[in-house]
Ligand binder design. Structure first.
Ligand code: FES
Ligand code: FES
Length: 163
């Protein structure tokens, strides 16, 4: 006997994404990662593990780094969402983006959007984090290319941004 698939209803939500209001029809239960990638074409957040272990789907919600693969879109209605696409301003890279470039803090760059956003969140919380704090804070963002030394150097360079 064929089992009927459960009907997925839609909800109308207004999200604040990269400073712009976005009103969308979103399937109930949709995760933020899918909404960003599929409805808004913001593909800088990437789907890898899908279980909160790798950090490639990291975005900022009210300045805090979260895993968009574990977050329902409905949970962030009315909050300010920042993706990597929204970090530069007026054509100027964010200082953390520039520091990652200056220090060659990536190889394939698959992890880089998530790491940069986690670094921004780190610096929102800690003005001059020591190395142990940086390592602990970024531990949820994995880099399969092993660019960790240069990532740490990039984050150290960002300290001067806040000085
Ligand atoms: S895809 Fe979200 S943490 Fe890995
Ligand atoms: S630079 Fe390739 S996964 Fe980090």
């Amino acid at each position: 006997m064929n089992k009927a698939k459960p009907m997925m209803s839609n909800r109308t939500l207004t999200l604040q994404v990269n400073g712009q209001p976005q009103t969308l029809e979103v399937p109930s239960g949709q995760i933020l990662l899918e909404t960003l990638r599929e409805a808004l074409d913001l593909v800088g957040a990437r789907n890898s593990c899908g279980i909160g272990m790798c950090g490639t789907c990291t975005v900022l919600v009210d300045g805090m780094a979260i895993s968009s693969c574990l977050t329902l879109t409905a949970q962030v209605e009315g909050k300010h969402i920042t993706t990597i696409e929204g970090l530069s301003q007026n054509g100027q890279l964010h200082p953390v983006q520039q520091a990652y470039i200056d220090h060659g803090a990536f190889q394939c760059a698959y992890c880089t959007p998530g790491l940069i956003l986690s670094t921004v969140a780190l610096l929102n919380e800690h003005v001059n984090p020591d190395d142990a704090t940086v390592r602990e804070y970024l531990a949820g963002n994995l880099c399969r290319c092993g660019s960790y030394v240069n990532i740490l150097n990039a984050v150290r360079a960002c300290h001067t941004i806040n000085d």
